[in-house]
Design a binder for this molecule. Sequence first.
Ligand code: ZN
Length: 227
Amino acid sequence: MSDNKHSGRGLSGKGYYIALMLCAAAIATTSYLYYRNTTQAQQAVVQETVGVDIPAGTMGTEDVAVVATQPQASVPATDATTPATVKKPLQTVSPVSGETITGYSMEALSYNQTTRDWRVHNGIDLAAEDGAPVCAAADGEVYTVYEDDSLGYTVVIRHNDGYTSCYANLTEDTAVMPGDTVTMGQTIGYVGSSAIVETALGSHVHFSVTQNNEPIDPAEFLAIGSG
Ligand SMILES: [Zn+2]
């Protein structure tokens, strides 16, 4: 019985150490697993932090780009307003200083003392001494100089805004040539007696105006004035 006890005590001693080793191994394994899980969790936190930092850095880059493009967008807007040219308004003056003898009449027939019939009158007749200078009614360019079958020697000048002015009953010796640039008040010819349909009126200038190729009352054109 004593051997059994002894041997039993011996077995129980070995079992105690084995149990201790198993416990130590269990603790070591548990510790390793705990350490491993903790490390993986920390790595995950680091990755998440990096993932948040990257878009934050991108946002910062975009903010800089927006600030840089704003001045570039405003530069062309400033340039677009700089070259704007101010158009000089058209000014007019009467080609001679005399009064109106015959008025404009395109919608109603008026009696012609020379031809002794009723006809339209596409301009106004301005009294002026024979040989007196006739001036351009506005700035422009001489379009043509010719002898009209009815109104005699004639000068035609083109102006801005679609206006054309016509000076007839001049002398043969005009002061300008086609293509000449003229300024308001510049002498373009001289009062003559070449308009065979208006000889009964006495010395005068036949003055007519069109806008966009349509006849208008020259009085309206002269009303623009020099103001
Ligand atoms: Zn006339």
